[in-house]
Every structure is written in C-alpha cells, then in structure tokens.
Design a protein around this ligand. Structure first.
Ligand code: AKG
Length: 237
C-alpha cells in the first residue's frame, strides 16, 4: 500500500504557502466556530492539576511525556483524539497516528522563545489555533562559528519571516520548516502585518493591518515514534 503522505494528496496542494520555505500548509477554518467553542470548553474544564504555569504561558500535556528512551503512552481524551485522527488521516505523519498534544495558552503579551521541536517527534508539527490569531516567527539557528564581517547573531539578526495563524486554522510544518529553522512567538498585545508575514493572502489579511491579540490556545499535535509500555524500563541503564 502506498505510504500516506501530505505531498501525495492533490487536494491539499492549494494550502501550501509557496512564499515560505518547504513546507508549510495553512488551512484556514479547519474547524467550525462550534468546534472551537467546544474545544475551549473542554480545555477550561480540565482539572487544575493538568495546567503547568511557565513564565509567559501555561500548558497542558496530553499523551505522555516524550523522553529519549521512549514515551510512556497515556490515554488521550476523546475531545483531542478526534483531531489526532482527523489530522493523521490527512497523511501528516506518514500514515502514523498522532499520539501527543501540547496545549499552550497565551494571554495577550505572552509568547514563547525561539526553539526547535527536536528529534523526539516525527518531523511534522501540526497546530490548531483557538480563540485568537498569533504571528509565528521563524529564525535561522545560531551557527557554530562566527566569521569576520558577520553580523552579531542576535535574535533580531536571525529573524527571517512570520506566519499569521488565525483562530480555527490548521498549520502544518514539515521538512526544512521543521528541521532547519527555529520558531517562536513574540510577547506582544497587537501585531502590525508587514510584508514579512508571508501568508497574508492565504490567511485573508492585508499589509498594514493592525490586529489585537486575545487569549490564544494552541493545540500542537504530533507523533512520538518511540513508545514504551513498561514504566520500569525508564529506570534501567
Ligand atoms: O503555540 C504555538 O503555536 C507554538 C507552540 C510551540 O512552538 C511549542 O509548544 O513548541
């Protein structure tokens, strides 16, 4: 049987953001307003103990804790499993089913430092945005050696471009976008849309628009390939 793969799905081709490096799929209105309200209700119905407060955002982890020795899989509730299934059936994880969700909540003014998602995941990240838009910013990684005449490797100098992710959209990043670039979210309360936002057309927005951020909840849905069944294995050398 042919491997399920996004590239081989002709109906998804129209969602590729052609002005970004390979490969970004941006699917506006992936979920309906009703689904968005239902998901937000479930998020805020979760037990208080499910939340971890970090500086600048809080999060819920579902599916287990990814670990180099393998993740001890935990049951994913139905309200999230539905979307793991829907996104996996698009071929986002090469025929595998998503088994991990990191849910982040950002109040206006909050964000996340530039980072890469690393080797514990299948190299695809898929994100459903709830409640508000944000701008996801992309950066060149720090290069090991600094050469004469090279600009200092500040965050500002390494910044490349941004993607506008509106509420209810699905964003899929693979290949160079996953492996070669860092991503982050600036902690600000409003965004000025400039030509550095490379998917304005796809997201139905215009250069010069100023958009205020509300509270955004993102569902980052991924596949962790290495699973262990036995809790004791983690303790062994
Ligand atoms: O909220 C987002 O869209 C980004 C989340 C993210 O980069 C992460 O949790 O690693």
């Amino acid at each position: 049987m042919a491997r399920l793969c996004l590239r081989k799905q002709p109906h998804l081709k129209k969602f590729i953001v052609t002005s970004a490096p390979p490969v970004v799929y941006y699917i506006p209105d992936f979920i309906t307003e009703e689904e968005e309200s239902y998901l937000l209700q479930q998020v805020y119905k979760s037990p208080k103990t499910k939340w971890t407060q970090l500086s600048g955002r809080r999060l819920q982890n579902w599916g287990g804790l990814p670990h180099p020795k393998g993740m001890i899989a935990e049951k994913i509730p139905e309200w999230l499993q539905t979307y793991c299934g829907k996104i996996s059936r698009l071929g986002a994880f090469s025929g595998k089913t998503a088994n991990h969700i990191l849910l982040n909540e950002y109040k206006p003014g909050e964000g996340i430092m530039p980072h890469e998602d690393g080797p514990l995941y299948h190299p695809t990240v898929t994100t459903i945005s709830l409640g508000s838009h944000t701008l996801l910013d992309f950066y060149k990684p720090l290069s090991g050696s600094s050469q004469e005449g090279q600009l200092p490797q500040t965050e500002e100098n390494r910044y490349l471009f941004s993607l506008l992710v509106k509420q209810r959209s699905l964003l899929i990043l693979q290949e160079d976008m996953y492996r070669s670039l860092l991503h982050g979210i600036q902690g600000c309360e409003e965004d000025v849309l400039t030509e550095k936002v490379v998917n304005l057309t796809e997201a139905g927005a215009k250069t010069g628009e100023i958009v205020s951020r509300g509270t955004r909840v993102s569902l980052t849905i991924r596949h962790v390939p290495k699973i262990i069944k036995n809790k004791l294995v983690l303790g062994r050398k």
